[in-house]
Structure formats: C-alpha cells, structure tokens
Write a protein that binds this ligand. Structure first.
Ligand code: TPP
Ligand code: MG
Length: 1028
C-alpha cells in the first residue's frame, strides 16, 4: 500500500469520538485527593472572564460549562449557550448575559432566543473557526509526523515515481473548513500549544507556518498517544517553542568532527579490508553523533555508567568512536593469522562486547561505557542489557536510575519483528525490573537484509511497538545531523526528567548490501539506483556548515586528514599484535574475584553446611511473621506452624531447605534474587516468601529480610508472563556481580523453551564465546505426575545434550577432581532428590571459586512427600569435622549396601522416581537384591563416584531407570557415560517409558499403567537375560 497516497486520508479531522476526546483533553487532569484540577482556560474570552459573577470557585464552574459547550452547545443550559455565543462574538462585559427563556419554554421565549442568536450572524462562524484552528493545531501534533520529510531517499512509500509533495498545509487547512480568507485572521492559541512563544494569539498563516516548522520538517514527533498530559506538554514545548532548535558554533563543529570520524572509519576499513564483512554504517553515519549526544547529555545530568546493547550494523564504528576501543584492537581482529589466546570458541568481531571507563569531555565527568557481547539472534540482548543495568543500579543504590542507564540499538526489521522487543518493553515499568528509562535508537535503513518494510511488518512504523508503554517516538531524517542531535538531546532530557523509555528512529538508508559482499540490486533495484545518486551525509553536512561559515574548507580537510592519520597509525600498530585476547573484549569484569591472570583464586570448595544455630534461627524466621499487627491467612498460619514443628524436629522439607540456603547466603552478605512467574508464593503454594496482610491492601512482609541487621537484601519478584524476556533479564542481572545468587524459576519446566534463545545462545555457550562467567540458576519444575503432555517435562534431554563433557573419555582423577570438573564444564545440571542436597547445591553456587550456570530440575509432588525431608545433620558445618556438602551421587545405604556381593542389580536413577523405586523394592521384598543409586549431579557426570558404585556391586547388572520416555529424559546422556565408566564391560539396560513424541500422556490411567510397567521392568531380574 502506498503510504503517501493515504496521507490525505490520515489528515482527516478526528472522528466524533476523537474530537470529543481532544476537546476534553485539557479538562480534568487528575483526581488528586478527591479534588479535580483544571488547566487554565486561556481559550475563554477575557471579556467573559471579566463578568462580575465570574469570580472564585464559580469561574471553575464556568470553565467546565464552557468546555462542555465547546463539545456541543446542547450540553449546557440554553442560557449558557447564549452567554457563550455572545461572549465569543465579542460582547462587552455585562452584555453577554441574557435572561434565560422561561422554564416552560413558551413559544415567545424560544423566539426571543432564536432572534438573539440570529441577530449575531458571525457568532457561529467564529466559534467554528476557533474550533477549527484548535483542531488544526491538534492535527499537526497528532499527525504531523505523517507528512514530515523523514526519508532522504524519498522512498518511504517504496514508489520512486511519486515524489514528496508539500500539500500538508492545504490539506490540513481545507479539511477543517478554513478558507484562504481566514489566513490573516488572528486566533487565540489554546494552552496545548507552545508555538506562540510569548504571544497568546497569532494569525492563522503564522500558526500554520510555525506548526509546519515544528512538526513537518526533518523531525516527526509521535507522542499524542501518551496518556499523561504533563508529558505531552513537555514534548510540545520541546518542539514547538519558536527557535528552540539552535546550535552554537562549537556544537556544530563538534558535530562535524563526529560525522568525520564516523564516515572516515568505515571508509578506512573498506580501503584496507574490502572483502571482509563489517556490517558498515554507511547511510546512517549520524548514529555516532546521535549516541555521543545522548551520552554527553546523560553524563551532564549525572549518569556515570551506560550499558549498551546493539546489533551488527555499525557496531565496530560504535566500538571505535563511541566507546573508544583502541583502534589497533579492532583492526587486528581483521587479521586471520592471529592466534587465539583464550580457551573457548571466541566469536566474530561484530558480536564482541567491551567495557571502558573514560572522561566525558563535554561533562568533564568520568563515565563507564559497556557494550554487551551478543549472539547473532537479533534483539536477544535487549533484556540482558536491562538486567545488567538494573543490577548496577541496585548495587550502587541508584533507586531512580540517575547514575546508571541503558541504551538499546535496533535495526528496523528486527525491532518490528522480534517479540522479545515487546517483552522487554513490558518490563520497563515493573518495580523489580525497571531501569528507569531506556533510550532506544533504531537504525531504520528501511530494509532488513533483502526484505523491504512492506513485507516485513504490518505497522506503519517499525517503532510502533514502543507505543504500548507510552514511550514518545522521535522519527528523524538521519541525513540531517543537526535534527538528529536535537532529538537525541531531547531524548536524553526526557529520560532524565521522566525516567521512562523513549525511542529515536533514525530514518536512513543502507548504502551497501546487507554486508559489504552482498549485491543489493538483485532485490532492491530502484531503491539502490536512488541510493547511488545520493550524496553522502558527511558531504552534505560539510557543504552546509562551510556555507554557513562554521568552518572553512581548509579546516574541514585538515580535520579529515587528522583522523585518517590516526587510523593509519593504529593500523601500523595493529601489525604488532600477534595474539588475539578475547579477554580484552570483556563487557562485565568482576574486579577482585579472579587472580590478575583471570584465574580462580583456588580450586577448592569449602563445606556448604551451616551451623546448627543458624539453621534454627533461619528456620524460626521462616516460620514466623516478624512484624507487629500483621494478619496472615489462616491456611498460611498452619503452614508456618508446620515449619516451626519441622525446626523443632530438626528437619527440612524442600521449601525450608531453600529458605535455609537463601537465608544463610543473605546473612553472609550475598544478595539473593528470585524472579519468575508467581515465585513469591510459589506455583505450588509451597514457598510463601511474601506474606500479605489480610486486612490492609498492599501491606506485605518478607520475613527473609529479617534474618540479620547486616544481611544482604533479598529480592523475590513475581515477573511478567514472559520467559524469554525475564530469563534474559536475570542473566544480565547475574552478569553484573559474582556475589549474588540470581535464580529464575519457570512456572513449569517446559515453559523454558520460550526462552530457548537465552539458554542456547547465552547460558550454555556464553563463556566459550565471550570468556565471561555467569552463575545464574534455573529452577525448572519437572516430573511425570499424570498432568498431561504439558506441565510434566522440563526437557532434561535438551540441557544434557548441550553439556560439553565427553561421554567417551574417563577423565583423569585428581584430588580436586570434582571442582575441576565443574570448572571445565559449560554448565551444571542437577536433579536433587532431597532438600539438603538442594540446599547445598544452591550454596555451592556461591562458595565455589568460579561461576557456572546451574540448571536444577525441581520437584512438584516431592514438595510435600513425607519422605522427601532432610535432617539438619545433612546440612551442618562443623569445625570438628569436614562438614556436609552437596552429594553428586547418593549411594544406597540400606540392606543392599551392607551385602554388596548379594546385589543382583544396581538401578541408577535421578529425581523423584527414586521414591517410587524404593517403595516398589520394599513391596517386593528386594532390598537386598537391588541397590538404588541416585545420580544427583547429572552433568558434569560423576564418573569417579559412579565407578565406586559399579566396583562395589560386581555381581550386579546395571539398569538406568527413568520415568521419562526413552528418547527423552537422561538415558541418552547417561548410558554412554556409565559404559565409559565400566570400560564397556557390562551392558546398561533401560527401564522406563517407551519412545514417544509427546513428553507425557494426557490420560491418568495410562500414566499409572506406564509407571507400573517401568517399575515391573526395573525389578524383573530376568527382564534382560538373553538380551545383548
Ligand atoms: C533472530 C534472528 N533472525 C534472523 C537473523 C538473520 N538476519 C541477520 S541481519 C537480518 C536483517 C536485519 O534487518 P534490520 O533489523 O533492519 O537491521 P539492518 O541489517 O538493516 O541494519 C537478518 C534477518 C538474525 N540475525 N536474528
Ligand atoms: Mg534495516
């Protein structure tokens, strides 16, 4: 659909409903303390205001009448109608009022009213004209951006034959019934415009001229959807005030210098490495001054740290000219002969991150800039950046976002197409997730790879997604660097004033193909014919400022030569680099956590137990309501009482075990943050970390924050209903510091797959690609409990398939084997069967000397299983003995273990099936014949401990038993590793569900039958005889 052709339609006056809305806009603003407040009614004729009865509170009443009358004269009593008509017709004070017609409305009375109105033939026209002018002003504010000259190619409609036509003035005016003859009439300006400057009335001609200047040049402002009047006024003032967009000579010179750097950097790379992909910025060179302006302005208002996320386009340029990475470090990335100094896969140069602290010359203050490393997956980094920014704000006590802020860059196609953008926007105003305003910058080159916008989105702009959070959107023609600089200043001020998101849409073009090797003429022939004719933005801007006398031609050429020389010198230095250090591209250093060489400070993990006293203290807090006069729900009282009883008996269930882990870490100064859907109560109503007063709205209590006066704060937060966004956010939060336990819990484990990109691209492979560790914990409720195909499986097979330990190699044993194995793995996967082991594994996350992601398959039915309890003894730290710790496997400790030579079978298993197996074993009287061994740490695989078990039961056959289907669960991961452990001397048999497409049956009966069948196989000692 051709956009220009629809322009006229878009400029039509508002619908009746919209008109009513527009008229009512400046009316009641808010209900504050029950009092309605009003905008001053500048529209009310002053002579009217001079009426003697218009004083005190009655003037408010009159104003209200007046607005109602403007909407529809019938809204008010006839007497008011006559009064306003007369007043607007210019009746002198005292003369506008006429006695109302008799109540009964005699024909004589009516006639006199009609005669009165009829006697003033211009009144109606005058009112209509004023209304028309108001509507016209509003139309520019609402729709001016439709007719703004945003696109320097003139192809926003992708129809090159139709040129831009300047018909907005006529269209707008004619539409509201204003004639040529009205142009010189003077109209009062409403309070909703700032075009008057100091004037309160202007001729229509001037009104239109000023509106055109404000809304129809190179900046298109989309903001009238914002439902906060103060914010709308703020924006109007920023764009409508006459002469507001002016720059000093110095500012223009700086802008030119930045344009030179941006442009010449790409040209330099092109000259030196013409056949290398770099996803250059050509066509949107003004991105660099745009970002620098935002950073300067933000730094001036006190921001000390900026966290940025961006895609491929122009990334090297941003690294070089915004973050100021040493040029030789960038250039040497183009050298294919460089040897990698770090372990891991590394990543391509346009994905790497970076961290740099420097002096901001404009503000004269130190500022830290970091660009987050990211995968190819566009927009995936958005929530990660937000999480990291939130964490930095949290650690420096920046509760309003005054010191730390985030900037996100987007491509037009990705911004419109990727759902994560929407998910991230929805975090922007949630108390535990807000970063107090993000500045979004879209490089809107009107193309995504080979697809043009008509095929790539259904919304008029790529930025429409931002409207959901009431973010203003500033579209700007990127070929006008001054306009770009202006909107960036306003965007930074907006963020600093309202601490809400804002979008800058740089409408530009892409001079080359998607990358420098691509031929764009295959698919966009007309667009690229136009682009070839296009003068570069630097050239255009240089010509302009030289013509204005801002700089001479010679000075300009010298500036260009100066930057070219800088590049050449860095290029020469880059030749000396022999080794490529990915470490130099770290986006989140953890000072003090590693040795200077970046190694862990030790290879030990101390006991993860805690003292008896601490267990008792934390347990009592978990069982209490630590504030006065707080009424909790009766059911919860019973739960807390139950906890108290457990503490007296020195045992923990799952929830209490978790409480002990969190509470003890908090006491040790480690921040704990648990986020996810409904985590505060817990999906299964077992956690109850936030208590709600049953009598007072919003009064809550978080007992975990009452453990000790000098504890670290505990954050537990119900998230928005998003997995991709929230998991990404928590990953970013965990990135900021190693000294926090950050956990994300899925409502049910299977929902993690909507966050698959974060898991695949960041969590499992992040360290390998970006030498950056992360200790995030994923809690994934898992278990076959007859609940149907969904809500059953957290898909352990997927996580295990991505583990990097070799199934075929029995690792070299050493004293620090267990820790070293953890250090070498890409992530840790566990399925704990006891609260104590869950407690230990959470504490180990912090006490181990490095950070690794931890995937925990968590139970559902075990939360209340009477046997799934742990004694305090299993959680103790003691100076007199080595203390308790996480058990990678839990060997059989019953009759089988006492007589290992009599054991016929070892059943290896993990998780809740253990309880079903031991019940079945008991029922069958097979405690001596069958040993059941739990593998609690699935990966890295505990080769050493499994070997000890297989060595102990030499006469036993080996069975892997799982409740999941054979093509799912753990079997494919476990089997080869057990085989390697026993040097393939014995087979490893399978007892479990048959292969299936769905993770579980929807039929309870079938579920139970399948379970019984797998238990039968597990305990049938003849089941595998004769099989090979
Ligand atoms: C999630 C995802 N899907 C597909 C791609 C492949 N891809 C790389 S760049 C690109 C086009 C992006 O267009 P746009 O967002 O407009 O950025 P531009 O390249 O125009 O700057 C695509 C589809 C990707 N990187 N990520
Ligand atoms: Mg694009």
């Amino acid at each position: 659909m051709h956009r220009l052709r629809t322009t006229v339609a878009r400029l039509r006056p508002l619908t009746a409903a919209q008109t009513a809305q527009s008229l009512s806009q400046p009316r009641p603003l808010a209900v504050e303390g029950g009092l309605r407040t009003f905008q001053p009614a500048r529209r009310l004729n002053t002579s009217v205001a001079a009426e003697p009865f218009l004083n005190g509170t009655s003037s408010n009443y009159v104003e209200e009448m007046y607005y109602a009358w403007l909407e529809n004269p019938r809204n008010v009593h006839k007497s008011w109608d006559i009064f306003f008509r007369n007043a607007n017709a210019g009746a002198p004070p005292g003369a506008a009022y006429q006695s109302p017609p008799p109540f009964a409305g005699t024909s004589q009375g009516l006639a006199s009213v009609q005669a009165l109105v009829g006697a003033q033939p211009n009144v109606e026209k005058l009112v209509e004209d004023h209304l028309a002018v108001q509507s016209l002003i509003r139309a520019y504010q609402v729709r001016g951006h439709h007719v703004t000259r945003l696109d320097s190619l003139g192809i926003m409609a992708a129809d090159l034959k139709l040129k831009w036509s300047r018909e907005s003035k006529q269209t707008f005016r004619c539409f509201y019934g204003l004639a040529e003859s009205d142009l010189d009439k003077v109209f009062r300006l409403p309070t909703t415009t700032f075009i008057g400057g100091n004037e309160s009335s202007l001729p229509l001609r001037e009104i239109i001229r000023r509106l055109e200047m404000a809304y129809c040049q190179h900046i298109g402002v989309e903001f009238m959807f914002i439902n906060d009047v103060e914010q709308c006024q703020w924006i109007r003032q920023k764009f409508e005030t006459p002469g507001i967009m002016q720059f000093s000579l110095e500012e223009k010179r700086t802008l030119l210098a930045r344009m030179i750097r941006s442009t010449r950097f790409e040209e330099f790379l092109q000259r030196k490495w013409s056949s290398e992909k770099r996803f250059g910025l050509e066509g949107c060179e003004s991105l660099i001054p745009a970002l620098k302006t935002i950073i300067d302005k933000s730094s001036q208002s006190g921001v000390e740290s900026v966290i940025m996320g961006m895609p491929h386009r122009g990334r090297l340029n941003v690294l070089a000219n915004v973050i100021r990475k040493e040029l030789e470090q960038i250039f040497c990335q183009f050298d294919s002969k460089l040897e990698a100094a770090d372990e891991g896969s590394g990543d391509v140069k346009y994905h790497l991150g970076m961290y740099h602290k420097r002096m901001n010359r404009v503000s004269d203050r130190l500022i830290t800039l970091s660009l987050m490393a990211n995968p190819s997956h566009l927009e995936a980094v958005d929530p990660v950046v937000q999480g990291k920014a939130k964490a930095e704000q949290f650690y420096c006590g920046d509760t309003e976002g005054k010191r730390v802020m985030s900037i996100l860059l987007h491509g037009d196609a990705a911004f419109a197409g990727q759902g994560i953008v929407y998910e991230t926007f929805h975090l922007s105003d949630l108390p535990s997730y807000t970063t107090h305003g993000t500045i979004h910058v879209v490089v809107n080159n009107q193309i995504g790879f080979t697809t043009d916008p008509r095929m790539a989105r259904s919304s008029p702009y790529p930025t429409d997604v931002a409207r959901v959070v009431n973010a203003p959107i500033f579209h700007v023609n990127a070929d006008d660097p001054e306009a770009v600089m202006y909107v960036c200043n306003v965007a930074a001020e907006w963020r600093n004033t309202f601490h809400k998101d804002v979008v800058v849409d740089l409408v530009c073009y892409r001079r080359n193909g998607h990358n420098e090797m691509d031929e764009p003429m295959f698919t966009q022939p007309l667009m690229y014919k136009q682009i070839k004719k296009q003068k570069g933005v630097l050239q255009k801007f240089a010509e302009k400022v030289i013509a204005e006398g801002v700089i001479t031609m010679q000075e300009y050429e010298e500036e260009v030569a100066r930057y070219d020389k800088i590049c050449e010198e860095a290029y020469a230095r880059s030749k000396d680099e022999k080794i490529l250090h990915i470490k130099h591209w770290l986006d989140s250093p953890w000072p003090g956590f590693f040795t200077l060489e970046g190694q862990p400070k030790s290879m030990n993990c101390p006991s993860t137990g805690i003292s008896e006293e601490e267990l008792g203290h934390i347990g009592n807090i978990a069982a209490s309501v630590p504030v006065e006069d707080f009424t909790i729900h009766g059911g919860l009282s019973r739960i807390l009482k139950g906890r108290g009883n457990m503490v007296n008996q020195r045992v923990c269930d799952w929830a209490l075990g978790e409480y002990m882990a969190f509470g003890s870490l908090l006491k040790e100064g480690i921040h704990v943050r648990l986020s996810g859907q409904d985590v505060e109560r817990g999906t299964f109503s077992h956690r109850h970390h936030v208590l709600h007063d049953q009598n007072v709205d919003k009064r809550i209590c978080i007992p975990m924050n009452y453990i000790s006066p000098d504890q670290a704060p505990y954050t537990v937060c119900n998230s928005s209903l998003s997995e991709y966004g929230v998991l990404g956010f928590e990953l970013g939060f965990a990135m900021a510091s190693p000294n926090a336990l950050v956990l994300w819990e899925a409502q049910f484990g299977d929902f993690h797959n909507t966050a698959q990109c974060i898991i695949d691209q960041f969590i499992s492979s992040g360290q390998a690609k970006w030498v950056r560790q992360n200790g995030i914990v994923l809690l994934l409720p898992h278990g076959m409990e007859g609940m149907g195909p969904e809500h059953s499986s957290a898909r352990p097979e997927r996580f295990l398939q991505m583990c990097n330990d070799d199934p075929d190699v029995f690792p070299k044993l050493s004293e620090d084997f267990a820790v070293r194995q953890l250090y070498d793995c890409n992530w840790i996967v566990v399925n704990c069967s006891t609260p104590a082991n869950y407690f230990h594994v959470l504490r180990r996350q912090i006490l181990q000397p490095f950070r690794k992601p931890l995937i925990v398959f968590t139970p559902k039915s075990l939360l209340r299983h009477p046997e799934a309890k742990s004694s305090f003894d299993d959680m103790l730290f003691s100076l007199s003995f080595t203390g308790t710790h996480f058990k990678r496997i839990i060997p059989d400790d019953g009759a089988a273990a006492s007589g290992p030579e009599k054991v016929k079978r070892i059943i290896f298993c993990t998780g809740k099936i253990y309880y079903e197996l031991t019940r079945e074993r008991k029922n069958r009287g097979m405690d001596e014949a069958v040993a059941v061994v739990r593998i609690e740490q699935l990966s890295p695989f505990p080769f050493d401990l499994v070997k000890a078990e297989t060595d102990r039961y030499l006469n036993a056959d080996l069975v892997w038993c799982q409740e999941e289907h054979k093509n799912q669960g753990y079997y494919d991961y476990i089997k080869p590793r057990i085989r390697t452990t026993i040097s393939r001397t014995r087979p490893v048999w399978y007892a479990g569900r048959d292969p299936a497409a769905a993770p579980a049956t929807g039929n309870k009966q079938t579920h139970l039958m399948e379970l019984q069948r797998l238990l039968d196989t597990a305990f049938d000692l003849e089941a595998f005889s004769g099989k090979v």
